[in-house]
Design a protein around this ligand. Structure first.
Ligand code: HEM
Length: 720
């Protein structure tokens, strides 16, 4: 696969490190001779990924907001286009939280917000149609029904300014020193020059220019996504990754829930897909598969040149929001408000919601036993960090302990993901070596020696570590992207069945759970029926599914989503939905996507995949039209470097986006420092590994140490 990107590159780039320029020259020669990039020698492969990463960071990031922004702010929850309205609150809150009255006549929300922002307050409140107050803090418990805030504003009769005993509350997006020193609940105040960037409800951005991101309703069923799912995705036999365990599967979903969620789909304008006569779901679904639409943008602007945009229901930042919540209500639910800790039940596990029977945590959709293990693990870890901090700082308040523990816990999750999970799923030498370069900003002795033998010196500034450096936004405000969501559609990692094994003997204990029995409200039963030792051991020794065609869990193709999550119990085929969603959201098809990333595109099915049988299947399913192949299907079918758990196309996008997440976050870059984390906090992060986190949080599990004795990385399969 010759990479197009390199043909158009000049032989050297202005100001490029001479050592890197020489490597670039060698890479071009290799690629022009027809070599696949991963077949190049170690240092060239490493350099190739470095160049591609930088090229994509410069050329493949697009903001979804109109430019220039409309002057008038609207009543919607978008942090950029909206007016910052939070809701109607009891007026007693203003006195309880020391809101200051500002004298403005005649009052309007716009003026009040501007005044409060100028006076360095994060919140503005309006009451009785005539008063403006500014405050530092509010409590979500004091929120009341909208109808209580009906008083017309003296300065603008079209606007409402609270009521006799109630106040309309607004966000000013001003960041106080306290907000700057910790991760905020909604993700504001991370980028201090653009305080709303990456916050909850901020639009997903794009990795392709916006003109290529329009959805074509006429192509939604081209070809029929259900037929593709049945023919190309459905699992025949479980194909497993020999080296990767079930912790790795749960982990990536645990991460995804930190980064993004499109919210609960809506029934308006449902997609109605006719089902074939021989389709086993035809009868159960009444002839059609009805798929709810992605929740539309609450602040859609009428500009047809812009593709539809969607809002992220959680914060975009890598901030542990799956544990801590992205809204005040959830946040209050998970905190104990004592000693900085998160709530844990008497049995040492997360409390369970009595209606859904699912653990109470920051994000609990699409729940299964794997998520339960990790949420319990990192909740315990948070509490352990609080104990460590409290010992060092006995005078600290609950809030100080909580915020510092959150920073530390999150940073170690980031480290585990970058160094361990990524190293396990992309289990290949060049990747392991590149990670050292990216994380520590240095090269290993082995790579240094190779370079020395080649007579190549690389300047230290060519490998900047994100830590300690200023955030690097590349001129585009930080957000995650629709395409990034697409490449994480990794449902094929899941097994249909989990058979629990005894830690003592390594043998099955007789309890076997199909996916519906280990997911949603039934997940907890796996803990209840089995010893904790055996559940953890099973996750360590059982293997994850391969991300290839014909390996989509059959149970997810007939999935019943419970009422509490779907706004009504729903039967869905998740494989069909995975294809449909990309088409609905305007994610380009496989070839177009690669083209737009400046990667080569296969012009025959044989060039797309190494396997002739698969090529024939794809040709038939797509009626011979390679340009129609969906991103998901192409990524599962394509060739990949040995040791890679996923395809070449997702890999290229991850190169860019994984780095972007690290380089843009203030708390992982310039503010990754003692002042916020404490000295002992930084040491905690830097000494942490997944293995250590498991061992220190499950001290009651005797055999854990010996089960993991010979594994260097907790995501590799443990000893049976
Ligand atoms: C038992 C386990 C799981 C269940 C029940 C489940 C279920 C679902 C459901 C119902 C959706 C929403 C579909 C829609 O758009 O209507 C979804 C979306 C998604 N799932 Fe899963 N899933 C599971 C595991 C995983 C795993 C292991 C991954 C791996 C990364 C994953 C990644 C995703 C992604 C990326 C989306 C798209 C989210 C978005 O559109 O914002 N899921 N899943």
């Amino acid at each position: 696969m010759r990479e197009g990107l390199f043909y158009r590159w000049p032989l050297t780039v202005a100001n490029m490190d001479p050592g890197l320029a020489y490597l670039l020259h060698l890479i071009r020669i290799y690629l022009l001779r027809g070599h696949v990039w991963w077949h190049m020698p170690l240092v060239l492969t490493m350099a190739y990924t470095l160049f591609v990463r930088e090229r994509l960071l410069d050329n493949a990031l697009f903001d979804s907001y109109p430019s220039p922004l409309p002057r008038i702010k609207r009543r919607c929850n978008d942090p950029v286009l909206g007016d910052g309205y939070i809701g109607c609150f009891e007026a007693s809150m203003l006195t309880d939280y020391g809101f200051d009255e500002q004298f403005l006549a005649p009052v309007t929300p716009k003026d009040c917000i501007a005044r409060c922002k100028t006076n360095m307050f994060p919140y503005a409140a309006l009451q009785k149609g005539k008063s403006c107050y500014c405050g530092m803090w509010y409590e979500s418990e004091k929120k009341v029904k909208e109808c209580k805030c009906r008083k017309k504003c003296k300065g603008n009769k079209k606007k409402r300014c609270g009521g006799a005993h109630h106040a309309s509350l607004y966000n000013t997006y001003f960041c106080t020193e306290i907000m700057k020193a910790a991760r905020t609940i909604d993700g504001t105040c991370n980028d201090l020059n653009n305080t709303a960037a990456g916050s909850r409800f901020y639009r997903f951005g794009r990795n392709v220019p916006l003109k290529y991101a329009h959805s074509n309703p006429g192509n939604l069923f081209k070809p029929d996504p259900r037929i593709l799912a049945r023919k190309l995705l459905k699992r025949k036999n479980f194909l497993e990754v020999p080296w990767l365990n079930l912790f790795a599967v749960a982990w990536v979903q645990f991460m995804v829930h930190d980064w993004f969620d499109h919210g609960t789909p809506v029934k308006e304008n449902r997609i109605k897909l006719p089902l074939q006569k021989d389709d086993p779901l035809r009868k159960k679904m009444g002839g059609y598969m009805k798929v709810d639409r992605t929740k539309p943008d609450t602040c859609r602007t009428k500009d047809d040149s812009l593709p539809p945009a969607y809002q992220n229901d959680v914060t975009h930042w890598w901030d542990g929001s799956q544990l801590y919540g992205s809204d005040k209500e959830t946040h209050a639910l998970v905190r104990s408000f004592a000693h900085g800790k998160l709530k844990v039940g008497d049995d040492g596990l997360l409390p369970v919601d009595s209606k859904s029977n699912i653990d109470i945590t920051g994000f609990s959709k699409n729940w299964w036993i794997g998520l339960s293990i990790l949420h319990n693990l990192f909740t315990r870890e948070h509490n352990l960090i609080c104990d460590m901090l409290a010992k060092k700082h006995p005078d600290w308040t609950d809030e100080q302990l909580f915020q510092t523990a959150r920073l530390i816990n999150t940073a170690q999750i980031v480290q585990i993901h970058t160094l361990e999970w990524t190293g396990a799923i992309l289990n290949t030498e060049f990747l392991h070596e590149s990670q050292i370069g990216q994380w520590f900003g240095t090269l290993s002795p082995k790579v240094m020696k190779i370079l020395k033998d080649m007579n190549v010196t690389i300047g230290s500034s060519s490998l900047p570590s994100h830590r300690g450096n200023p955030p690097d936004y590349r001129g585009v405000p930080f957000s995650l992207t629709e395409e990034f969501v697409s490449v994480y559609r990794m449902h094929s990692l899941l097994p249909d069945t989990i058979a629990v094994r005894q830690m003592d003997s390594g043998q099955p204990n007789g309890n076997k759970y199909n996916l519906p029995e280990y997911s949603f409200g039934k997940a907890r039963r796996v803990f209840d029926d089995n010893e904790l030792d055996d559940v953890l051991f099973t996750f360590g020794v059982e293997k994850s599914g391969q991300l290839v065609l014909h390996n989509f869990p059959t149970s997810l193709m007939e999935l019943r989503i419970p009422r509490h999550q779907a706004g009504g119990r729903r039967l869905v085929d998740l494989a069909t939905i995975d294809i449909l969603r990309d088409r609905e959201r305007g994610v380009p098809r496989y070839n177009q996507f690669r083209r737009l990333l400046n990667l080569t595109t296969p012009d025959t099915f044989e060039k797309l995949t190494n396997d002739t049988v698969t090529a024939a299947e794809l040709r038939e399913a797509y009626n011979g039209n390679i340009e129609d192949v969906d991103l998901l299907i192409g990524s599962l079918a394509e060739a990949r470097p040995p040791g890679f758990g996923f395809g070449d196309t997702p890999f290229h996008l991850f190169l860019c986006m994984a780095n972007r997440r690290l380089r843009t976050d203030r708390f992982l870059t310039i503010d990754y420092k003692e002042e916020y984390y404490t000295k002992e906090g930084l040491e905690w992060v830097e000494n942490s590994t997944m293995k250590k986190v498991l061992l220190r949080n499950f001290p009651e599990v005797d055999g854990l140490n010996s089960a993991m004795q010979n594994v260097t990385n907790a995501f590799y399969v443990w000893n049976k």
